[in-house]
Design a protein around this ligand. Structure first.
Ligand code: TMP
Length: 206
């Protein structure tokens, strides 16, 4: 595999979409072929699974179902999109990947890290991003941005502030555990400032 794999993570409302477009543009300017994709999603089947995961439903989905659907979507995405792209030598820019499962299903829902790790080992077979950009922001600010977007609120966004506090804490914990791979970007700074940071963080890969 000669392509590079970058994942983008963060709490709700951290401005990932804007930054994904910026990174894509920056990499294109450096002459790279870039695939932009997302999780859950990225293939026809995985997007259908995303629909199941994000649509508010009653009775509440079991935590186990949520966890397994995340990995089912991911397995398909890896086989159909990520691995073929990396084998072609393309760069893969993925809006969320396995760190989101450790943060949301682990930190947020309380699934044990060992259980997630077991599924991750089986599904990923060693595949991990070279670089993960974690857009960090106080939860209250992120949620305010989500409300201001004025779009339908999905099943995760319906959760309480304490759920997102646990997710943020879990993400930051992962960043401390893996400082070489996971780089924290302060998403409360100005867009210009964030983009200068991104250029610096991407340069060792180029
Ligand atoms: P998005 O809003 O960033 O597109 O992500 C969709 C939602 O799915 C978001 O609330 C986070 C959640 N999610 C998980 O709970 N676990 C995962 O493994 C992934 C990839 C996303």
């Amino acid at each position: 595999m000669s392509g590079k794999f970058i994942s983008i993570e963060g709490v709700e409302g951290a401005g990932k979409s804007t930054q994904v477009s910026f990174i894509q543009q920056h990499l294109l300017e450096q002459g790279k072929t870039v695939i932009v994709t997302r999780e859950p999603g990225g293939t026809e089947l995985s997007e259908q699974i995303r629909g199941l995961l994000l649509t508010p439903a009653q009775p509440a989905m079991a935590v186990e179902t949520e966890l397994l659907l995340m990995f089912a979507a991911r397995a398909e995405h890896i086989k159909q999109v990520i691995e073929p792209a990396l084998e072609r030598g393309d760069w893969v820019l993925c809006d969320r990947f396995v760190d989101a499962t450790f943060a949301y299903q682990g930190g947020g829902r309380g699934v044990s890290q060992q259980r997630i790790k077991m599924l991750a080992d089986w599904t990923l077979q060693g595949l991990m991003p070279e670089l993960t950009l974690l857009f960090d922001l106080p939860v209250e600010i992120g949620l305010k941005r989500v409300i201001q977007r004025n779009e339908a609120i999905d099943r995760f966004e319906q959760e309480k502030v304490t759920f997102f506090e646990k997710i943020r804490e879990s993400y930051l914990h992962s960043a401390i555990a893996e400082p070489d791979r996971i780089k924290v970007v302060d998403a409360s700074l100005s867009i210009d400032n964030i983009q200068q940071q991104l250029i610096k963080l991407l340069s060792p890969l180029l």
